[in-house]
Design a protein around this ligand. Structure first.
Ligand SMILES: NC(=O)c1ccc[n+]([C@@H]2O[C@H](COP(=O)([O-])OP(=O)(O)OC[C@H]3O[C@@H](n4cnc5c(N)ncnc54)[C@H](O)[C@@H]3O)[C@@H](O)[C@H]2O)c1
Length: 401
């Protein structure tokens, strides 16, 4: 099917979405773009040959030629746009974070489910080519049981005023970027595993704002795994996007932005723009060849529209967005109370099949194996646990030449 899309938002993300959408399947069309200011909507429309533009949100959503609404608006407007889209019977794809709080996200989820419209949560960072490949390896058990996923997004702060105002954003770095990290960890740990409780530190270290500009949190899942997120608007050096996945049988490290294999030094600079959130255009630079691809936008829209056509849910739905918002709400509470806080979920749809116990490794009839290590002098040290007494001992084997 050829979809007729209303793109709501002609800002930073609106531009990325337009660029990705129009280059992948080659058959969908953005027929309408909305912006708060008509001139900016018109500018994007002209750049991407979009035939209609408006500064009337309702008109854009209700336009009869449109079957799909993509929400790329400030966070506090996601709910309004999603509810209007659901009422109008349009498929609705919403950027991250789904909402400014879990109750708001739940309202959005209920609205799209009640209306029976297709809904997708545009969490691009689970769709980067590296992440998809890593997820595939994890699903094939290459890392064994996942124990710990650490995900970081840090940079020197966002590019528009509304992000910095709690009333419009719902929160600071944790809301803006922690949401990515939380969902990345959920994907690796397994979305069927329930987030149980969280602990979190969040503070306003640098900027004169109401929200936090730095946060670190831990999310404990019923599989026993820990998701760790690190989100900061107080980091210098560009945009640090890194994930580490640790399992009983292996490890994956992903670096998405600053060390991608493209490193350049220039005394004089070149075009000005280097890569998202780069802080200069001279000295050592880390440009990115294909930003839309590297950030996952291309694969994300491919999944969204292919799933829509196949009448099946995409990898990321409003339900996932709701879970992320619920985890963030608990993190804000934990940052206040400085205690572990339960993740309150009005609806839980998963069933974790990951065993919580890790099978012990047999060494001999009397011992379990804890670990083996080759020492610098060539000896092999074997750490054992006695099955009856529980005593830990070591066996040392000399190197044989
Ligand atoms: N990786 C990602 O998926 C990613 C990256 C950046 C932004 N986002 C999300 O996209 C959404 C928009 O962010 P952005 O970076 O495009 O913002 P932006 O400031 O660059 O653009 C905002 C757009 O919303 C419109 N708008 C309507 N009402 C507005 C209001 N009251 N105040 C400000 N703008 C208003 C503006 O006209 C503009 O078209 C946010 O939810 C943000 O979290 C997602």
């Amino acid at each position: 099917m050829n979809h007729q899309i209303a793109l709501l938002g002609s800002g930073f993300i609106g531009r990325f979405y337009a660029a990705s959408l129009l280059h992948f399947r080659g058959k969908d069309q953005i027929t309408m773009v909305y912006s708060r200011h008509e001139e900016t909507a018109q500018k994007l429309a002209q750049e991407f040959s979009i035939p209609h533009w408006t500064n009337d949100l309702t008109k854009a959503i209700q336009d009869p030629s449109i079957d799909t609404v993509i929400i790329g608006l400030p966070n506090y407007l996601h709910k309004k746009a999603a509810l209007l889209a659901a009422q109008a019977g349009k498929a609705v794809l919403c950027t991250k974070p789904l909402a400014t709080s879990a109750p708001e996200a739940l309202e959005m989820l209920e609205a799209v489910e009640k209306a029976g419209v297709f809904h997708g949560y545009l969490e691009d960072l689970v769709y980067t080519p590296k992440t998809l490949k890593a997820l595939d390896s994890v699903k094939r058990s290459a890392l064994g049981k996942i124990l710990w996923v650490r995900s970081r997004e840090t940079h020197a702060g966002p590019h528009s005023d509304w992000f910095w105002t709690k009333q419009f954003s719902g929160g600071g770095a944790m809301m803006d970027m922690g949401c990515h990290c939380i969902e990345i960890a959920r994907n690796f740990i397994g979305k069927a595993c329930r987030p149980i409780e969280v602990t979190c530190w969040a503070d306003t270290q640098v900027h004169p704002i109401e929200t936090e500009d730095h946060s670190v949190g831990l999310v404990r899942y019923d599989s026993g795994a820990i998701g760790q997120f690190e989100a900061s608007w107080a980091f210098h050096g560009g945009m640090d996007l890194r994930d580490e996945i640790v399992g009983t049988e292996g490890t994956i490290w992903l670096n998405h932005w600053l060390r991608t294999g493209f490193e350049m030094f220039t005394n004089v600079g070149s075009s000005g723009y280097v890569a998202e959130k780069a802080e200069g255009d001279t000295g050592w630079l880390f440009p990115v060849g294909d930003e839309s691809g590297a950030l996952g936008y291309v694969e994300m829209f491919l999944d969204m529209f292919n799933s829509m056509d196949a009448e099946k849910p995409p990898l990321e739905t409003f339900y996932d967005g709701y879970i992320v918002n619920a985890i963030i709400d608990a993190c804000y509470q934990a940052a206040e109370t400085k205690k572990w806080q339960p993740v309150e979920l009005a609806t839980w749809r998963g069933e974790c099949t990951t065993p919580t116990e890790i099978p012990l490794k047999e060494f001999d009839n009397q011992h379990f194996l804890i670990k083996e290590e080759r020492m610098p002098d060539g000896r092999l040290k074997i750490i054992l646990k006695d099955k009856t007494t529980g005593e830990i001992s070591q066996l040392v084997k000399e190197q044989s030449y």
